[in-house]
Design a protein around this ligand. Structure first.
Ligand SMILES: *Cc1c(COP(=O)(O)O)cnc(C)c1O
Length: 457
């Protein structure tokens, strides 16, 4: 299967996740040559190793994916006290998911234009993914997107970021229920294979390989900026983690040859992953709501990809382990003689007190505001880092997206962004629906059908 098929399919036929057949290696000389490249040129060099696009087309896709970013460096690094911050939030929805979803939207449009087909994306969101996905495909030819969110259970800012997009191809659906209801509707809809085929349904969730690929780029970009400003050979990188998509891209960057000495995995109180990397035991517990809601997950959907490499690329063993896990058993990977589950990855969690203290300290000492997700990464990064090498912390959202947490931490209403401040005055559009997959099915058929009939004539 080529890259373009992998992007359109999302998953392999046996239900497993897709990975490249081999990971390309980048030599030290190549890394030196890449150090002066713009973000877009670097993205081209890296993505060209993995994709089957014509090089001219790939450059065009990359250029239009990052046009919407509001910083010339796309992902700039700023030095704040003893850490370097990689700002990944300069995209249209102010969260790092834009980096992958802007690219995915362009890739979809390119592939559909050549095949003459269309794609109807159905998604469920608890907040950030929905708006980034909508901005990735709004106004694009051949694509419609239907995003379900639980009514009244996403933050007002997140809701308005989605419902203020009025393009004809965007359908916001407020479900009278919880996020789990939205996800169950999504699953039920995709189990209806006839509906899926007849109406060309697809997804944009974090298991799409194109999303991981787009995220590899900023590890190279960030590490080379830190090397340039500090002269250090190797860098430690801290990643606030939920579904393991972001840090998995970093893991692949290291396999390609990027000199990261340690990947620091930081979770909030929902700590299934940090427990795993400390003990080797992957054990499910219940989810609690925290100040960093985009990391409130119970099962990390990209973890399966990591297991493939961790088990020596043994696909059968991974399938067994995943099957065992879905039956309610733990996955156990014994630590090595130094007590480490993976020599590259260190992990810990930050609770809400630590998160708030980190936001407040960084603001008092350096006048820099961290969003609560980034603060989790900075807290854990500082506690696990070695003092000998620079620490790069990934900043996954703009603080203004989580203004309540900032106010709780600093006592002041400090975090604003013009894009969010205008949201209150914008017109919105949203359809309210019951938590019932049959109703959603009818809605899809009703809004897609005219086109399907036309194609048959
Ligand atoms: C999605 C998200 C994360 C978690 O990233 P994963 O790839 O799921 O590990 C962290 N911070 C923010 C702001 C996010 O939106």
């Amino acid at each position: 299967m080529g890259f373009q098929d992998a992007v359109m399919t999302g998953m392999s036929r046996d239900g497993g996740l897709l990975l490249p057949e081999s990971i390309p290696l980048v030599s030290a000389g190549q890394l030196r040559d890449w150090a002066g490249l713009s973000y877009q040129d670097l993205a081209f060099e890296i993505m060209n190793l993995f994709t089957d696009f014509d090089p001219v087309e790939l450059r065009r896709i990359i250029a239009s994916s990052y046009e919407s970013f509001r910083h010339p460096d796309i992902t700039p690094v700023v030095e704040v006290g003893d850490v370097h911050i990689l700002e990944l939030f300069h995209g249209p929805t102010l969260a790092f998911k834009d980096i992958a979803l802007q690219f995915l939207g362009n890739v979809f449009e390119h592939i559909l234009a050549r095949s003459g087909k269309e794609l109807n994306i159905l998604a469920a969101t608890s907040g950030d993914t929905g708006s980034a996905a909508i901005y990735g495909v709004r106004g694009r030819k051949g694509i419609r997107i239907y995003v379900m969110h639980p009514e009244g259970r996403v933050s007002p800012v997140q809701e308005r970021q989605m419902t203020s997009v009025l393009d004809d191809n965007v359908f916001n659906i407020a479900i009278d229920g919880t996020f789990d209801d939205c996800q169950n509707i999504l699953k039920a809809t995709f189990q209806d294979l006839d509906l899926k085929d007849d109406y060309s349904l697809g997804t944009v969730n974090s298991i799409n390989w194109a999303r991981v690929l787009a995220q590899i780029v900023y590890y190279f970009h960030g590490v080379s900026q830190v090397q340039k400003s500090t002269g250090a050979k190797r860098v430690q990188v801290s990643v606030p983690t939920g579904n393991f998509g972001d840090i998995f891209a970093g893991y692949l960057a290291v396999q390609m040859g990027l000199p990261i000495s340690t990947l620091i995995l930081a979770t909030n109180e929902n700590d299934i992953l940090s427990r795993f990397f400390k003990s080797g035991d992957y054990e499910r517990r219940s989810v609690s709501s925290t100040l960093s809601p985009s990391m409130d997950i119970q099962i990390a959907s990209n973890f399966e990809r990591y297991l493939y490499y961790r088990t020596g690329e043994d696909g059968c063993r991974v399938a067994d382990l995943m099957a065992q896990f879905s039956e309610g058993k733990n996955i156990c990977i014994p630590p090595d003689s130094d007590g480490r589950v993976d020599p590259l990855i260190q992990a810990d969690q930050a609770d809400s007190a630590a998160t708030l203290a980190t936001i407040s300290d960084m603001y008092k000492e350096h006048g820099y505001l961290l969003d609560p997700h980034t603060a989790v990464g900075v807290h854990v990064g500082r506690s696990l880092r070695s003092p000998d090498e620079p620490l790069l912390c990934l900043a996954t959202a703009h603080p203004a997206k989580f203004g309540d947490a900032i106010e709780q931490a600093t006592g002041e209403d400090l975090a604003h962004h013009s894009l969010l401040d205008v949201l209150d005055d914008l017109p919105t559009r949203c359809t309210r629906m019951p938590a019932d997959s049959a109703a959603i099915r009818d809605f899809l058929i009703e809004t897609i059908a005219p086109r399907v009939e036309k194609n048959l004539n």
